[in-house]
Design a protein around this ligand. Sequence first.
Ligand code: ZN
Ligand code: ZN
Length: 285
Amino acid sequence: MKFKGNLHVHTTRSDGKLDPKDCIELYKKQGYDFLAITDHYKLFPYADEYCDSTFTVFNGCELNYDFKNPNKSFHIVCLEPDDDFVPNRNITPNEATRDIVNRGGIAFLAHPAWSLMSFDDCLNLQNIIGIEIWNHISHAYSRRGHSGSYIDVCAASGKKILLLATDDAHFYDTDHFGGYIVVESPSLSKQDLLQSIKEGNFYCSQGPEIYRFEREGDIIVAQTSPVASMAFLSDALWAPDRVQSGKDGKCITQGIYTVKPNETYVRLECYDQEGKTAWSQILYL
Ligand SMILES: [Zn+2]
Ligand SMILES: [Zn+2]
């Protein structure tokens, strides 16, 4: 079964404009199946009280390590650590992610493009399951929401990461409903969803759907909802069949890409006629 959700959002428990109850209602009404409340340095221990058979709420927080000199910043989203976890401002980002994992939680890196991180910062960050390729508020308020280059540099170096798309909504004016994930999971239970997320059984989207993205011998096959074009991104610098579009402005629903010699990974981006994008996970070859 497929479930749609957003793993990064802020409420009045930190600097967000909606209280958790209203925020959960908003996403429920929009047809989402799950949501993580991830306020700055503040967990949401009441998450289970909002879970029912139609909606799952995750306990989470965001740890932001902002270093003024040198001018860089690591924002790490933490999901479902155990009850003994305490968000700590006075440790390094790598100590924080290790602590999250040791406490049974999941950590991922938020918006590296917005944070102006270096590629080395991303490469050296350990114990994360993935990186946000799309952070919607970073687009809505800064036009720096897309972190594709960081993903490609990490993938090309062999770092195993998952891609995530989130809203990171604070103001709920233009910064929400702009990036989500669609998880293939046996059920909407917290345990099943977390396991499916850890295994990378999901894609990221602003609208288009990805039904299939897999290797068949020397080719890679993609099947999607109708899109204007698709791109097969990889560490082959030149690929004549990388970008595939419909003829005469028509949409396509399938793409076939030939694996190139020495290519180590391929990932799919597809773009619909409204300019909305969906992103597959990385296929390591
Ligand atoms: Zn952040
Ligand atoms: Zn945030």
